[in-house]
Write a protein that binds this ligand. Sequence first.
Ligand SMILES: [Cu+2]
Length: 174
Amino acid sequence: MAVQRPTRRQVLQGVLVGTVAGLAGCSGDGGGDGGDDEVSADDYPVIDRWLTETELGGAADNYDGSFADERGADTVTVDVGAEGNGGAFAFGPAAAVVSAGTTVEFRWTGGGNPHNVEALPEEQLGESDYEFSSGEAEGGSGVKYTVTLDEPGIVLYHCEPHFSLGMKGGIAVE
Ligand SMILES: [Cu+2]
């Protein structure tokens, strides 16, 4: 099952908060398109490499090769400052697969601050199809940053202050 890459990358500016309802033709449970398959690292080697390599940032030690299967969900939450990498220096989950049209809400836990979330393919930090940034690193537990992933592709992101510790995440958009 090849991942379609309609555009090299999408530039997402600012905070996109929205309700994306069923745009991807999600028809509830039992979608009949083979979506029940278990997702593994073999399906997304680019994400697996991003989370395990040590040439670009550190390896994410909270990544065990498994992907959170969030296909069909309208909104997915990723904790910023989850336990990992020697403290609260991880994204939780580190790897996930979602359906096109999903809104991802990055939610600061308040641990291990300050953090940010950014995908920077222009700076050669991973082969991400998406590019975005939450801006300067922020502390506290009330911070949220939201992006909507409208097109199939790969999202590779990290936290700038804790990149070398392995604070990285990856999302496959199907
Ligand atoms: Cu961080």
